[in-house]
Ligand binder design. Structure first.
Ligand SMILES: [Zn+2]
Length: 60
């Protein structure tokens, strides 16, 4: 816990977890690994770092 966290307080709560709006997450259908989606790179071109399966976009 740092004092600095309090500074931007209100906005952080609406952002929840990974990325803005939570609409850009890649998910591995096999092991359920989740990763922030990179803009311009389709999730299905990313391989899961854990099991090697192609990722899928959760809300793309
Ligand atoms: Zn996986």
């Amino acid at each position: 816990m740092t004092i600095g966290d309090q500074a931007g307080g209100g906005r952080v709560l609406s952002g929840r977890g990974l990325g803005p709006a939570g609409s850009s997450i890649c998910v591995c259908p096999k092991c359920d690994y989740k990763e922030a989606h990179k803009r311009g790179v389709p999730c299905n071109q990313i391989s899961c770092p854990k099991c090697g399966t192609k990722m899928r976009g959760e809300n793309c």
